[in-house]
Design a protein around this ligand. Structure first.
Ligand code: HEC
Length: 188
């Protein structure tokens, strides 16, 4: 993972100087940018590991589930917020400069995904030796379209601790996408 992160940073540096006025702090090789991109990649790998175990594409192992959930919980919430200081935003980083003008929203998203990841990590700590039905998407939810996925913002949230692990993972991935669609930009 570390090797890949270094490689990723190196490739970014190889991409050459941006064509528009860069913020110096966000220049290629900036350690803050490299560290958060590596952190994001580790979250992506962790989420993929868990998704594949639930999909049956990867053997389920409680220890691997636990480690991956811990990675998600350690890298979201306050840790994620701390990775985006003012002056580190904008090209050539893929972090939109608008993050600075929308701090409350950005931080609320980071904290929300953090709460879900904490709940998932707490469940993974108690993970049984095989995937049980109550860990599955849809367990303990009404069958008649009572899914939380389409919920209106502001509606009362179900306590994440009460949700099945697979459902928590889906909600986490939704938060990843929500933040990316709003606060991540293409760099090339
Ligand atoms: C609160 C906002 C936010 C959340 C939540 C978030 N991300 Fe990101 N993510 C970003 C931003 C902004 C960038 C661009 C960072 C940069 O280039 O400096 C990014 C970049 C990435 C990248 C590309 C890293 C690279 O190599 O350039 C990956 C992969 C990624 N995120 C995965 C995830 C996953 C998986 C989750 C959920 C578990 C997640 N992110 C949650 C904001 C977020």
């Amino acid at each position: 993972m570390r090797f890949r992160a270094v490689l990723g940073a190196a490739m970014l540096a190889l991409a050459g100087p941006p064509t528009f006025a860069p913020s110096l702090a966000a220049g290629p090789g900036n350690p803050i940018v490299a560290a958060r991109q590596a952190s994001m990649k580790e979250m992506a790998a962790a989420a993929k590991t868990i998704a594949e175990m639930f999909d049956g594409r990867r053997a389920y192992e409680p220890a691997a589930f636990k480690a991956a959930a811990k990675t998600l919980s350690a890298r979201t919430g306050p840790a994620l917020i701390a990775e985006f200081p003012a002056g580190s935003l904008g090209a050539p980083s893929a972090a939109r400069p608008e993050i600075d003008q929308a701090r409350p929203e950005f931080e609320a998203l980071a904290r929300h995904v953090g709460q879900l990841a904490d709940a998932l990590a707490a469940k993974a700590d108690q993970a049984p030796t095989a995937i049980t039905g109550d860990m599955r998407m849809g367990a303990m939810l009404p069958m008649d379209g009572g899914s939380l996925l389409g919920k209106r913002p502001g509606a009362a949230e179900t306590d994440p601790a009460k949700l099945p692990a697979e459902h928590l993972l889906h909600l986490i991935l939704q938060d990843c996408s929500s933040c990316h669609s709003k606060f991540r930009q293409k760099t090339e």
